[in-house]
Design a protein around this ligand. Structure first.
Ligand SMILES: Cc1cc2nc3c(=O)[nH]c(=O)nc-3n(C[C@H](O)[C@H](O)[C@H](O)COP(=O)(O)OP(=O)(O)OC[C@H]3O[C@@H](n4cnc5c(N)ncnc54)[C@H](O)[C@@H]3O)c2cc1C
Length: 250
């Protein structure tokens, strides 16, 4: 039997929509191209609002091991300021959060198909035919939730600004570094971009940064030639050890 709704993409938007549609009685199929949990380019800071949305879907972030974040350390031009956040945020990997969301979609009655990308969506009479992997599925409604990825033929206009590039990598911290970062999100502003550093549930620190394409180009050209200036200061977060997968994405 054909579903009422096909959700293309099983990230937070697609999985959450599937939960709500399925609990409202719709027959829902979610098609997610990744075959299993995987990392996403993201700062992995979960705000209090997002925690509430997750709780509404039956997801308890503490139960997933999320680490509390109560303070913001803001770094700009060599100056550092620390303020209490007006709420408790948490650090939680997208790998774990997105997997929990897709489990919730199943628990709410949606069918989740993983490991096949939606390649085409075409109109067939009053319905829409969705091609994914070797098969095709028809529904009267399709929810496009593929995030920044376009499905061929359905390109959206570029965002504004369109030239930002995001990076993420995890670091294993030494004890003093971990203690300095514990409970904080560090936000570092610099010309051409900004970076965030915080702990996540794995015990690693997530460093996520966003830079403009022109700075990225400069960094590529200068890679290997940069040295610390005479005025550079030692900070507990200096000398981080890369501890996991790094990614980049627009
Ligand atoms: C650098 C950076 C840092 C960020 N940091 C934070 C943060 O700290 N906290 C926060 O709350 N938000 C953060 N965000 C924003 C957050 O990442 C997005 O709001 C969120 O990912 C949007 O969810 P989504 O479901 O719309 O898209 P996505 O998370 O991109 O999910 C889309 C899903 O669709 C799948 N997909 C793509 N194409 C296809 C296809 N053809 N067929 C089937 N499946 C497909 C993908 O595999 C993916 O699982 C950050 C964003 C960036 C770029």
């Amino acid at each position: 039997m054909n579903p009422d709704v096909i959700v293309a993409g099983g990230g937070p938007a697609g999985a959450a929509a599937a939960c709500h549609l399925a609990s409202g009685g719709a027959r829902v199929v979610v098609i997610e191209r990744d075959s299993g949990p995987c990392h996403k380019v993201c700062g992995e800071f979960v705000s209090v609002e997002t925690q509430g949305y997750l709780a509404d879907l039956g997801i308890d972030v503490s139960g997933l091991g999320a680490v509390p974040i109560d303070r913001l350390r803001f770094v700009h031009g060599g100056e550092t300021g620390v303020v209490d956040l007006p709420f408790r945020g948490v650090g939680l990997t997208r790998r774990r959060m997105d997997a929990a969301l897709l489990r919730a979609a199943q628990d709410h009655g949606a069918q989740v198909r993983r490991g096949a990308a939606v390649r085409a969506i075409v109109k067939v009479g009053p319905d829409l035919a969705v091609t994914a992997g070797d098969g095709s599925l028809t529904a009267s409604r399709v929810l496009l939730a593929t995030g920044k990825h376009d499905v061929r033929g359905l390109n959206r206009p570029p965002g504004d600004p369109a030239d930002l590039i995001g990076f993420k990598t995890y670091f294993t911290l030494e004890r003093a570094q971990r203690e300095a970062l514990d409970g904080h999100i560090d936000v570092v502003m610099f010309a051409g971009g900004y970076a965030g550093l915080q702990l996540v549930e794995t015990g690693l620190a997530n460093l996520c940064l966003v830079v403009g394409a022109s700075l990225y180009q400069l960094l590529l050209e200068g890679a290997g030639t940069a040295t610390a200036g005479p005025g550079s200061q030692e900070h507990p977060h200096d000398h981080l050890h890369a501890g996991g997968d790094g990614e980049a994405g627009h």
